[in-house]
Write a protein that binds this ligand. Structure first.
Ligand SMILES: [Zn+2]
Length: 480
């Protein structure tokens, strides 16, 4: 679109949910100049003021809200079928290209910012910089690079007699000196934050059960000390109660999972709620319990991994944390075959259905709190004058139906930094149109040589978008 002669874009007739938790405002008018929101007003307050200096997008009463923020994102994981896929399946080159596609896909799904929870080969660092430089299209990204894991910790899954080690995903470090060095290496690689693997994981039971803690308090404290002096954040994979307590005692900013926190651990987080974020990442746990069998994961492994039990327990923990005023954020570990990229919005549904959040609370967690976990609250997360114009237009009312984000035909427009990334309103856009999740997955299949997963739930498919296209073709045919 040619906006050179115009001052910018004005979105009119919007029903705005601004991300702060306040009620929707009808007839909102949002002025955007350059990459930021200039002013927000209402049609009445405009008082007939002409809009011709702006390119007008009349959204006809549709809901407008801040771009969503994903709190546990693995840009470099692509349709992982088993954990060893993570370090063995793809060389860095293919991994990077697929990661770039994953980044594009999540943007199309309405997520304009993402918080990396670990990446292979510092792929997220590279993509962050390329996206920021405008050389690629993708979400705003905070990168964490490779993870720190102790010997026999969660990422040390390759048996020693395979003599493989672990190149891409983890730095293995033991003892205070080694973890300090690993933290420094990650910062040298220009990551925004440092991820550590503190406890076990259901997919690795019985050898590394969720409740076992593999790092000492001293080791974790060494990482948080390094990070504090360099103004970086630390996050931990910590499912079990003991690990969560170490996170609070040592000042780990973001506690991922916390699904098996006991009352003492919950109370400890609650007493320090300004300092911590909790991202349960229960999307993967839920999907593993319900859909992994369709992708060849043996029933016994699913059952023995206690995924269903962990899901139920985790939901109870999140309810308690939420009631205590702790910031619990959506972000679901997507990137596995049965829990693939493109399905991130399922987390919003789980928050409402199983974790005691109202739809409005869920949206605040996915927007405003998301900006806080990213330390970008001055720039993103809510619709306010002066912030980046990271804006979604959706069909339907997310306060009545939080699942609507899972059907991309409802994502009518995604704007990031004042630029239309994709839309269904007939406007020019940055991304190529007609690029669905299915098409993305077909490309994955071509590259990897096997059929990637689509979460085994027909309701979250793109059937509506497909129907729309069929209708369009029918109309075209009728014309000839
Ligand atoms: Zn993860």
């Amino acid at each position: 679109m040619s906006t050179q002669a115009k001052k910018g874009i004005v979105i009119t007739n919007a029903r705005m949910i601004d991300g702060t938790g306040q009620d929707p405002v009808e007839n909102t008018v949002i002025f955007i100049e350059g990459e930021r929101i200039k002013t927000i007003t209402t049609k009445d307050a405009l008082d007939g003021q002409p809009l011709e200096d702006y390119y007008e997008i009349d959204v006809k009463g549709k809901t407008v809200l801040p771009g969503l923020i994903e709190g546990h994102y693995h840009i470099s994981y692509t349709d992982v079928l088993e954990l060893s896929d993570l370090d063995l399946k793809l060389p860095p080159e293919e991994c990077t290209v697929l990661a770039a596609q994953n980044g594009e896909l999540i943007l199309r799904c309405g997520y304009t910012s993402v918080f990396s929870a670990g990446a292979l080969h510092r792929v997220d660092v590279a993509l962050r910089d390329l996206i920021e430089a405008g050389r690629m299209v993708g979400p705003r990204l905070l990168a964490s690079g490779r993870d720190i894991c102790p010997t026999s910790g969660m990422l040390d899954w390759n048996p020693s007699y395979w003599k493989l080690g672990m190149e891409g995903l983890a730095i293995f470090a033991d003892g205070v000196d080694e973890v300090r060095k690993a933290a420094r290496e990650i910062m040298r690689d220009r990551a925004n934050m440092i991820k550590i693997y503190l406890t076990g994981e259901g997919l690795l039971r019985p050898w590394m059960p969720q409740e076992e803690t593999m790092m000492t308090k001293e080791e974790v404290a060494a990482v948080t000390d390094e990070a504090r002096r360099r103004n970086r954040m630390v996050m931990a994979h910590s499912r079990g109660a003991d690990g969560v307590k170490i996170c609070v005692e040592t000042g780990v900013h973001v506690i991922h999972h916390a699904t098996m926190a006991d009352q003492e651990a919950i109370d400890m987080i609650a007493a320090n709620k300004e300092k911590h974020f909790v991202v349960p990442a229960l999307g993967l746990t839920y999907a593993t319990a319900n859909f992994a069998a369709d992708y060849g994961v043996p029933e016994a492994v699913i059952k023995d991994g206690l995924h269903q039990e962990e899901y139920e327990e985790g939901c109870k923990v999140m309810k308690k944390l939420k009631e205590a005023g702790v910031r619990v954020l959506p972000g679901g570990d997507y990137g596995f075959a049965w829990c693939p990229h493109g399905k991130e919005a399922m987390d919003l549904e789980l928050f409402v259905r199983d974790m005691g959040f109202t739809p409005m609370e869920t949206l605040v967690a996915a927007t405003k709190w998301g900006s806080e976990i990213m330390r970008m609250e001055d720039d993103v997360g809510t619709l306010e004058a002066g912030k980046f114009a990271d804006i979604l237009v959706v069909e339907g009312d997310p306060l009545k139906d939080i699942t609507l984000f899972q059907d991309r035909s409802n994502i009518q427009l995604v704007m990031k930094g004042g630029e239309i990334m994709c839309n269904q309103l007939g406007l020019p856009q940055m991304l190529t149109p007609e690029h669905t999740i299915e098409e993305h997955r077909a490309r994955v299949e071509e590259t990897l040589g096997y059929k990637p997963g689509a979460l085994g739930n027909p309701e979250v498919s793109e059937s509506a978008l497909q129907q729309k296209r069929n209708d369009m073709f029918a109309q075209l045919l009728a014309r000839t």
